[in-house]
Structures are given as C-alpha cells and as structure tokens.
Design a binder for this molecule. Structure first.
Ligand SMILES: *[C@@H]1O[C@H](CO)[C@@H](O)[C@H](O)[C@H]1NC(C)=O
Ligand SMILES: *[C@@H]1O[C@H](CO)[C@@H](O)[C@H](O)[C@H]1NC(C)=O
Ligand SMILES: *[C@@H]1O[C@H](CO)[C@@H](O)[C@H](O)[C@H]1NC(C)=O
Ligand SMILES: *[C@@H]1O[C@H](CO)[C@@H](O)[C@H](O)[C@H]1NC(C)=O
Ligand SMILES: *[C@@H]1O[C@H](CO)[C@@H](O)[C@H](O)[C@H]1NC(C)=O
Ligand SMILES: *[C@@H]1O[C@H](CO)[C@@H](O)[C@H](O)[C@H]1NC(C)=O
Length: 586
C-alpha cells in the first residue's frame, strides 16, 4: 500500500527533482518500517517439565493457544539435564563444555560462575537489545542467584526484570522476587504462580507500550519440587512434591504415572548407581504417584498463566506479530528404572522436553520430527529477529517455517558432571544418607536418523550404554558388549554389527565432547573432512571400518565433579586428511 502510494507519487509528480522524489519515497518507506516492527518473542520456560511422562496432555490452554496454533517439535532435547547448566546453554547457544557452567552451585556452576565466565556482558538479552529489542524477564533465571549476591553484579541485559531468588526460589508459598535494581521482596503466603502471573502481565503491558519489538521471558517454578529452606529433615533440605494453587489441589485424583515397561521394572537397568537401585515397594510407588499428580496440579497454574498472556496479546494488536515459544529447562523421571523423582540422567525422560512454537508463518497443528536441542534456541531467536548467527553458536536455527530450509543435524550431545540429585521424601539414598549421589559424570550422544534411533554413553567409571530405541524405546536392554543380560550379538544397526556401530558412535562422541561452533554442528566433517560423510549411515560404510577401528576410545581417568580436562582421557580423534580408503589404515 505504502509502496503503491510512493509509486503513484512518482508518476504524478512532474518536474520535481530526483532528490525530492527520493526524499518523498524514503520518508514513506521509513514510516512504513515504524508501523511494521520486527516480530515480538514471548518465551515461556517451565522448570523440570517432562515430555515423556505425558504432562502436556494436562494443559488445555497451552494446547489450544500454542500447540494447536503452532508446531510441536517432538524430538526436542536438552543437552544437560540440570537447570543451571541447561539455562546457561540456552542463553548463550553453547554446550556446557563451552560455557563451563556445569553445575547449580560454585565452583562449577550457578550465577557466580556465569558472571565469572563473562556471560553477564555477553548473552542473549544483550544481543537482542543490540538488535533493537526491549527485553523483559520474570521468574527463575539461575541457581545460586540469591538474596545476598543479586546486586553483585545485577543481571544485565533486561529493560525490566523481576527475578526469583535463592534460597526462596522453590518456596511455592514464600517466594522472594527482586525487581530491577530494587531490594528483594518476600511474598509470604501468596502462591508463586499467582505472583509471577501478575509480574508477567505487567511486563507484557510495558512491552506492548514500547516503540520497539519485545522479548519477554517468563520462567515459572512449576512443576519443580517445593523446597522450604526451613524444613530440614535429617540435617538435609528435602525437595518435596510441588504445591498447586488451592483451586487445583483436588484434580486428577485417579491419575498415576504411566506404567511403561521401564516403570519400576523387575530387573535392574542402566549402569553405575542406577543399576544398584532396589525395586520400589508399594508405599514408595504410591508416594511417587502422588508426586506425579502434584506436578500435574502445579502445572495448572502455568496453563492459566499462558492463557492470561495470550489473551492479553490478543487484546493488543500484536498477537499475529508475536512468536510464542514454550519449553522447559530439563525433563524429569519418577519411578522409571526404579529411580526416585529427579533429573540429572541421560534417559529419555530427563533429556526430552516439550517445545511448542506458534507465530507468523509457523504451520498450525503441525508436528515436526527434526531433531532440535536447547543449543538451537538462541540461534532460532536470532533467526526470528533477523540477526546473523554468531560463530560461537554450537547449534543451528530450528526450522520453524516450511520456507526456512534450516541446516539440520541428527545428533544431540548430552553431557553431565558431578552429583545426581534425588528428590522426594525417600531421596536420602546417597552414600552419606543425603540426596546427592556422586560420580554421575557421563557423556552421551543421542542419534535419530533414517533407520536408527540410538543412545550411546560413556560414564566416568568407564561403563558404557548403548540402547537401540527403535526396538527398545524404554532403554532397558544395554547392547554394549559384555553388559547385556540378553545377547546383543545378533542385533544389527543399519545392517552392521554392534561393534562396528560402536566404533562410529565413539568417534562421534570423541568429537562432540569438545566440539565448538561448526564442529558441533558438522561433527563427521572433523573425522572425514574429505569424504562426504554426514550421518551415521554414511560413516558405517565397510570402507571406513579400518579408519574407525583405529580410533582412540572415549574414556575417563577418574570421576570429577566439574569439567576437568585431565580427568577426561583422550581428547582428539584420528582425522583422515586425504580421504579414507581402507587400505590406508591396514
Ligand atoms: C531498553 O534497553 C536498551 C539498552 O539499554 C535501550 O537502548 C532501550 O532504549 C531500552 N528501551 C526502553 C523502552 O527503555
Ligand atoms: C519468607 O521469606 C522471607 C525472606 O524473603 C523470610 O524472612 C521469612 O522468614 C520467610 N518466612 C517463612 C515462614 O519461612
Ligand atoms: C476415581 O476413582 C474412584 C474409585 O474408582 C471413583 O469413585 C471416582 O469417581 C474417580 N474419580 C474421577 C475424577 O474419575
Ligand atoms: C518402602 O521403602 C522405603 C524406602 O526404602 C522404606 O523407607 C519403607 O520403610 C518401605 N516400606 C515398607 C512397607 O516396606
Ligand atoms: C567416585 O569416583 C572416585 C574417583 O573416580 C572414586 O575414588 C570413588 O570411589 C567413587 N565414589 C563412589 C561412591 O563410587
Ligand atoms: C572449568 O571450570 C573449573 C572450575 O573453575 C576449572 O577447574 C576447569 O579447569 C575449567 N575447565 C576448562 C576446560 O576450562
């Protein structure tokens, strides 16, 4: 319309100088640019919400507003199944081995480590502000962001912020929030989800009033466990079931954890400390079912929060110019593999999380199978905002619209360092009677491609796992030689033997465990830069058997609590410099 006016003007004006015409067109075009701004982004990040345990079937507003009106990315994974490392990866677009924020507390993680690593001056909200966005945040940002350190320094990058602070982050009925540069405020007696709903709507109003496009992130604590810093039992803080809003307390009374094949199985499964877990008795199972219902109930407040936000956007004229992205920082297990409630594992329950995206051009009611990860989210926000990707991004933008022919990958790099943390009243199963289980350090690759669906991991005690999820979706049969009760001997992967598949997976993991930027996105190119190998399927060609057979193996020298390179065995794979022909390697 504007351009049409400009052209008519051009045609109508007779005898005007070229400069006058140019000025006229310029002024019309720049007015046009003002009225159609860059898209807004509303980002909702829940805490510990599973995909595998079916939580998304219990949130009708989220289904109606985002899932049905947008795309469900059903193969979306986190790369570290723990809040703080996962969030820092999300805000920087980098794997935890590149942020080196690998834990929830110092010295290896938490807010102080984020600051020490320089990210407070160099992360997503700052980049978005530089690209013309107004940025707002409310809810949980990091762990170890506390009533004592929130001002030293303040978190940068937000035009408006109201953060939950430790040790009250998970106190559903006594949360403490801290707004902009003001002192912390206690909300004793109010439900944290009511508080965040008010704050989120307030920021949405501010954002809608602004001249610039906005990025608003809302990070409620539900369905994370409740932690009352005063309720210490046996000398330990207990992470108990989440507390729903009163009006949701009685919902789902007959709902129980899905009884999948890996739910409290008769045979032990997994490796390391998981394989030693006893089968759960009836009282533990009943408690876990109660814990599960409490999570679903606590999520109802989030469902209503999303409804309020979308309704407010609808009342403005900005809904059609807003991308809404809904996800969680990591997944959750309860009872699978005999595990007490918690995350920190590499199983599907822990690493798969919901991801729904709606917005301009995003197909409605669509289910997308592409493999996507949290490392891809910062690149995706850049894509939406029209900013060129950074070279230090370890991921790549998610294909949100059919016209966007994104570069895809088939792998997910999963990594973890330090303690497993067990939740719930039966959580005191650590060696010292606490809820912390040491030596939960592992590296894994999750691979989904044409004809294969695999999980391969190497633990710091050098135990290995290999699950073929196409035949074993619940990860009960470890195919790694010498570990399975079943003989994995006749199982084949893409027609090749287990040991040939492992030689490729291990070499891939060798690259991924220290990859940076493009090598995280195209890991096979590191191994075989001269050959056209882009997938496991390509790499499994018999002509490469010698090359992969000669690779050093991923292994650990000891179990450490952080990313200590000296503990982590060989770092560099063999690289084929001139293209692999098998005779080079015999
Ligand atoms: C938001 O912050 C950025 C960076 O400081 C600034 O340029 C912009 O004007 C601010 N927006 C508003 C509405 O104050
Ligand atoms: C609630 O939190 C505040 C800190 O913000 C604390 O001073 C107060 O003691 C807490 N109340 C209870 C009942 O724990
Ligand atoms: C739950 O189960 C009980 C016992 O079978 C039944 O009486 C009750 O109606 C069920 N509640 C719901 C909400 O389905
Ligand atoms: C069930 O197991 C829990 C956790 O090990 C234990 O504390 C409890 O006493 C057991 N209950 C029964 C009835 O055996
Ligand atoms: C954890 O690993 C360390 C170092 O590898 C080892 O010394 C220690 O015994 C292990 N602890 C447990 C509980 O397995
Ligand atoms: C990660 O941080 C820890 C703690 O500061 C440090 O000891 C370690 O060397 C760092 N790792 C790398 C690879 O820089």
């Amino acid at each position: 319309m504007k351009l049409f006016t400009a052209l008519s003007l051009f045609a109508a004006v007779d005898g005007a100088t070229l400069t006058q015409l140019q000025d006229a067109v310029q002024s019309i075009l720049s007015n046009g640019a003002h009225s159609s701004r860059q898209p807004n982004i509303l980002f909702v990040i829940t805490d510990d919400q599973d995909l595998e345990l079916d939580s998304i079937s219990y949130t009708p507003h989220i289904t109606r507003h985002i899932r049905d009106r947008g795309t469900f990315f059903r193969n979306h994974f986190v790369t570290t199944a723990l809040c703080c490392p996962s969030r820092v990866s999300l805000w920087t677009g980098r794997q935890a081995h590149n942020t080196n924020v690998t834990d929830v507390n110092p010295p290896y993680g938490g807010y102080p480590k984020f600051v020490e690593r320089g990210f407070n001056d160099d992360f997503l909200p700052i980049w978005l502000q530089q690209a013309g966005y107004d940025t707002y945040y409310t809810g949980k940002m990091f762990n170890s962001h506390t009533v004592d350190n929130y001002h030293s320094p303040y978190i940068n990058g937000f035009n408006g912020s109201d953060f939950l602070l430790d040790p009250y982050t998970y106190s559903y009925l006594n949360s403490t929030y801290q707004r902009n540069h003001e002192p912390p405020v206690s909300y004793e007696g109010e439900h944290t989800t009511d508080v965040i709903t008010r704050k989120a709507l307030g920021f949405l109003d501010d954002a809608l009033d602004g001249e610039r496009p906005f990025f608003l992130a809302v990070s409620p604590v539900a369905p994370h466990s409740n932690v009352d810093p005063n309720a210490i039992s046996f000398g330990k803080i207990v992470m108990s079931e989440p507390i729903p809003l009163e009006r949701h307390e009685h919902l789902f009374e007959n709902v129980t954890i899905p009884r999948t094949a890996n739910f409290n199985p008769d045979q032990p499964s997994g490796v390391n400390w998981i394989r030693d877990l006893p089968q759960q008795n009836q009282s533990v199972v009943e408690y876990n079912d109660h814990f599960y219902r409490s999570r679903l109930r606590a999520l109802q407040g989030v469902d209503e929060l999303v409804d309020s936000l979308v309704t407010r956007l609808q009342e403005s004229d900005q809904l059609d110019n807003t991308y809404i992205i809904y996800t969680s920082d990591n997944g959750f297990h309860i009872g699978q593999h005999r595990l007490p409630p918690g995350k920190t594992c590499g199983f599907e329950e822990d690493i798969r999380v919901p991801l729904f995206i709606r917005g301009p051009g995003v197909p409605q009611g669509h289910v997308q199978d592409a493999v996507t990860t949290h490392i891809d989210l910062a690149p995706t926000f850049f894509h939406l905002a029209g900013i060129p990707a950074r070279e230090d991004f370890d991921g790549t933008a998610i294909p949100i619209t059919p016209s966007f022919d994104a570069e895809r990958h088939e792998h997910v790099t999963v990594e973890y360092w330090g303690n497993a943390v067990v939740e719930g009243i039966f959580g005191g199963i650590g060696p010292d009677g606490s809820s912390k289980i040491p030596n939960n350090t592992y590296k894994s690759v999750r691979l989904l491609g044409e004809g294969y669906n695999l999980y391969y991991s190497v633990w710091c005690n050098n135990e290995h796992e290999l699950y073929d999820l196409s035949t074993d979706p619940y990860q009960l049969h470890n195919l790694y030689p010498g570990t399975s009760q079943l003989s994995g001997g006749d199982t084949r992967i893409l027609g090749r033997s287990i040991s040939q598949a492992i030689s490729r997976l291990d070499a891939l993991l060798m690259v991924l465990k220290s990859c940076q930027g493009v090598t995280c996105i195209h890991p096979w190119n590191v191994l075989q830069p001269q050959d056209s190998v882009n997938t496991l399927s390509d790499a499994l060609h018999t002509r490469y058997d010698g090359f992969y057979g000669a690779q050093p193996q991923v292994s650990f020298d000891w179990c450490d609590d952080g990313y200590i390179i000296e503990a982590e065995g060989p770092q560099v794979p063999l690289v084929s410099r001139y293209g692999v022909s098998w005779d080079v390697w015999v």
